[in-house]
Design a protein around this ligand. Sequence first.
Ligand code: ZN
Ligand code: ZN
Length: 401
Amino acid sequence: MAAEWAVKIRDAADALAPQLREWREALHRHPELGLETPWTQEYVWNELVKLGCEPKKCGQAGITVLLGKKEGKVFLLRADMDALPLTEVSEESFCSQNPGKMHACGHDMHTAMLLGAAKILKENEDLLEGRVKLMFESGEETGNGASDMIAGGVLEDPKVDAAEMIHVAAGAPFPTGLLLIPQGGTGASASCCFKITATGKGGHGAMPSVCVDPITALCHIHSGIEEIFAREAELCDFLAITVGQFHAGNAPNVIPNTAEMSGSIRTMSVEKMKWAQQRIREIAEAIAEAYRAKADVEYTGFLPPLIADKDTADSAASYLAEIFGSGAMRIPSDTRGGGSEDFAFISAEVPSVPLFLAAGNANEGYKYPAHHPGVRFDETALPRGTAAHVYIAMRWLEEHK
Ligand SMILES: [Zn+2]
Ligand SMILES: [Zn+2]
């Protein structure tokens, strides 16, 4: 079936190009943040209904669709739908109509590609050797969308056996349409944020001896946690600890009661993350005590590392070679990176493959990367993303009956 399907799916996706652009541009005009995506959800819901699908609410702000008439395995395709708190300066004709919000990570592209996949899968539902579950997720950038949908049952009823996602990339030297496939293993790092509050005893700047200065304690804590990387981390381990905020006091001649700093930790495993969290806590508490102060350490926003399952990634690579030819894809030797991806919560539960689709070559005017207020994405990549979703799901189900 493979060769016959490949041509059919590719042609169907190419023919859908104007519709994909229309969906994408409508979504781009109406960016929304986090789990607060009412316009986007209603739009996606209505378009799915027009395609003959039966969308369901999942979690606080997600939508799922189940396609396929035969019992069997379940393959999940995921798109995220949320935007970033940025003011757009891209000068696109369809730029953001919501001040201070922008689809700067390409999630509008992702949602359009998955709507396209919904249309083609619906039209070919009889051919599916199992079921495809579509996952439209809000709250990716805020890191709470996937866990919200997992709590809402996205991976159950019917139980999901494997999952795939595509993220577009702009501003890189890749030809538009190139697909990057991981070899398997850890991709994006695990991450979390920390906040350390040092509490001392405030007072007059002329009388430090009767006060306990939390700023002094916090400065030493800052130096102390820098040593975790310098003196304790293994050479081959990726570890980044960054303090991005440091706040204390309101006047030059007053010792404040408290001082605060916040930062982020990134590691390549959950174990390393737990270890780094423990060491930061131990160092902060012990140093604060040495300076007669007290430190409270808080961790928030944990994301596990993004894991590509080797078998699923190998399968995806072989299917993509069938439909687009091996020249349309690349399997980099190392896809590890310090960025984070909320799909990590899915990849921690089921065998998963995260794919990257080049959508804007730096040499062709798409010079800014994602998260830049001037970023533009090349819409000619949309049919390829749609075809990749459809074909990977169909072939995976065929080979895993
Ligand atoms: Zn992003
Ligand atoms: Zn993104």
